[in-house]
Design a protein around this ligand. Structure first.
Ligand code: BES
Ligand code: ZN
Length: 641
């Protein structure tokens, strides 16, 4: 289904239209001895003529301007044998145009069996599939504007659903299912207007095998009877990408008054201990940015195939188990998903071009929460690492992908994932904070979250709001020109703030002495180094290291055996790039036990650069594929071809 663009033609097309076709060129030419070469999919980068229509959602075929869905009532049976969800979605809607006769929904790979209103059948047409956008479902509305009920079944290969066999779970006895709707995959499990500017309330009856528990991004009752029928309601209007469901052998443990964790029984203790500061994070965020609007904040720990670090499903963030490190070193992920309760879930991006309004604000808030809960040293270290991730992406990406308000016309949002909306967005906000002072900026953000609560907004609305507020109040310190440079131009503007961490200076010294041969690895004073210091130590190694040097590090620090998934990732990347063979068995284990794309994709990308690496990647991918999420398969399959 997913095609990778034939390489050479594509490279030429890119180079011709941009001097900066860095990613395509570096990935296809560096050290690759194999034919045909593979270029990571960067589709349709040739500019589309004409101005972007601001606020238009180029990723939905639905018609909310005429008729918008207001509420969805689901009644779904979870069939683990067939790997399908089967049942009905009843949609209530509002006509904005009295003459509107048709409701257009998004679907992707759904089998529709009927559309009714009350007792009467309605006419409908399922349009031809339009690439990654799916098939529009056009429904002839009843004259009385009563709700419509669609009976449907999902496909076993729905892009937004992963079905896991018992062997792919921690407990090994029960199957597991989870959905991941962002950005445009809700349409693969619910027929709806799959646009972030359409907000709906929803309710659901979910029918599962009796011994399993269903949870959703809605009200979850931790004490519900496990009887295989679960009821949910989400009374606050949310964009479709925040509708989520998971089913498995789950148990609940409270962590604080409003916070708790759901996980498979064998993971529950470790998860509750790792994330015990969630309640403090919630309080810290409320104190700074205003009340939490969503009642409870719980976490759901997924199996390791979850393709993201986390997903901010309201009231119930979905979390990868790969951050359970035993020392809280990776819990900024929780701060991040929690922060989305303000930036993203309360104030949402209106289109995927505006994703930076979600992720940039959330990344900025994450740093602030981490500073409040864990102190300035931790904050500084994380900020430097985040900045370095941003620099690495800027070195790799085409200029058009370095713009906050990115042009996504004709492109699949899944193919455009990078640190730009996250770290560049956060750095932009940091600059404003430094210019006008922290207290002023905090007051501004609190008001912004209040003014746009439960709305979906565009970048242009944000700029207009800035014009009226901060730009008017601080015209001596801020300029519209500078703001537009951040939002509409590539790269990092000159004189942008650069994070610094004193705790990293000694790491730089240690690395230099070791590289100069003045210090054997075992004599480096690493006692007390934090995970962040280790990451900084490894991430800033030169590109080329000898196997003897790597063996020296490995003997001193046991890096190949590191239990910390981020440290292991950095080490394995160095090992692939320098073909350090003793680490390759661990690499195979890593790639076949984790499906989080951020951790596996750079490894597959590095492996693809040599023939022997590619063979190793192919072996791991072939073994792991049936357990990978559809998104992880799509993002990596090209590297092994
Ligand atoms: N909402 C995102 C995940 C996402 C973004 C899914 C865009 C699909 C499209 C989530 O909040 C996120 O940012 N996750 C990051 C967390 C990290 C930056 C702390 C991840 O998964 O790595
Ligand atoms: Zn996020």
């Amino acid at each position: 289904m997913f095609k990778f663009i034939p390489t050479l033609v594509f490279v030429f097309a890119l180079s011709a239209c941009s001097e900066q076709a860095k990613e395509a060129n570096s990935d296809s030419t560096n050290g690759s001895k194999s034919e045909p070469k593979f270029v990571e999919k960067i589709d349709n980068l040739t500019s589309i003529e004409g101005a972007i229509e601001v606020g238009k959602d180029y990723h939905s075929q639905s018609n909310p301007e005429q008729v918008s869905v207001k509420d969805i009532a689901l009644d779904l049976t979870v069939d683990f044998e067939q790997k399908v969800l089967r049942g009905t979605a009843t949609l209530s809607y509002q006509k904005h145009d009295a003459a509107a006769k048709t409701l257009i929904l998004d679907t992707n790979d759904l089998a529709i069996s009927s559309v009714r209103s009350g007792d009467s059948e309605l006419q409908y047409t399922l349009k031809n599939e339009n690439s990654f956008l799916g098939s529009a479902l056009e429904i002839a509305l009843p004259a009385d504007s009563q709700p419509v009920t669609i009976s449907y079944t999902t496909s076993p290969s729905a892009t937004g659903v992963q079905w896991l066999t018992p062997e792919q779970t921690a407990g090994g006895k029960h199957p597991f299912l989870f959905t991941q709707a962002q950005a445009i995959h809700a349409r693969s499990f619910i027929p709806l207007q799959d646009s972030p500017q359409v907000r709906v309330t929803y309710s659901a009856t979910i029918r599962t095998p009796k011994d399993l528990l269903a949870v959703m991004s809605a009200s979850n009752d931790p004490d519900t009877e496990r009887d295989g029928v679960y009821e949910f309601s989400m009374p606050q209007a949310v964009p479709s990408y925040l509708i989520a469901l998971a089913v498995g052998d789950l148990e609940f443990r409270a962590m604080g008054e409003r916070t708790g964790v759901y996980a498979e029984p064998s993971m529950l203790d470790a998860a509750a201990a790792e994330f015990e500061d969630t309640e403090s994070m919630l309080i810290a965020t409320e104190n700074t940015y205003g009340p939490y609007s969503w009642d409870r904040y719980d976490l759901l720990i997924l199996p390791p195939s979850f393709p993201f670090g986390g997903m901010e499903n309201p009231r119930l963030s979905f979390i990868t188990p790969t951050v359970i490190a035993g020392d809280k070193s990776l819990v900024s992920l929780i701060a991040h998903e929690l922060a989305h309760s303000w930036s993203g879930n309360a104030v949402s991006n209106a289109t995927w071009r505006d994703l930076w309004l979600n992720e940039g604000f959330t990344t900025y808030l994450t740093y602030r929460i981490m500073e409040i809960v864990y102190g300035t040293d931790r904050f500084n270290m994380e900020a430097v690492l985040g900045f370095q991730d941003l620099e690495a992406d800027i070195a790799r990406l085409d200029e058009r992908d370095e713009i906050l308000a990115i042009d996504l016309r004709g492109r699949d949002p899944d193919d455009v994932f990078s640190n730009i909306p996250y770290e560049k967005g956060a750095l932009f906000l940091r600059e404003i904070e430094l210019s006008i002072g922290r207290d002023n900026f905090d007051a501004f953000l609190k008001q912004y979250f209040q003014d746009f609560a439960f709305q979906s907004i565009t970048t242009d609305q944000f700029i207009a709001y800035l014009d009226k507020t901060l730009l008017a109040q601080h015209s001596d310190k801020l300029s519209e020109e500078r703001i537009k440079q951040w939002i509409f131009e590539a790269g990092i503007p000159d004189a942008a703030p650069t994070p610094k961490s004193n705790a990293f200076s000694l790491v730089d010294d240690a690395r230099s002495s070791w590289l100069d041969g003045k210090l054997d690895a075992k004599n480096i004073k690493t006692e007390g180094w934090t995970v962040h210091q280790w990451l900084y130590f490894l991430n800033n190694m030169p590109d080329e290291l000898s196997s003897a040097q790597l063996a020296n590090l490995d003997a001193a620090f046991g890096l190949t055996e590191s239990k910390n998934n981020e440290i292991a990732h950095s080490w394995l990347l160095i090992s692939v790039e320098n073909w350090y063979q003793p680490a390759l068995p661990r690499l195979h284990d890593y790639l076949t036990s984790i499906g989080r794309n951020k951790l596996v994709k750079p490894l597959y990308r590095a492996l693809a650069k040599t023939e022997e690496g590619k063979a190793l990647g192919r072996k791991a991918f072939t073994q792991a594929k049936s357990g990978y999420h559809p998104l992880t398969v799509k993002a990596n399959e090209g590297f092994i071809q």
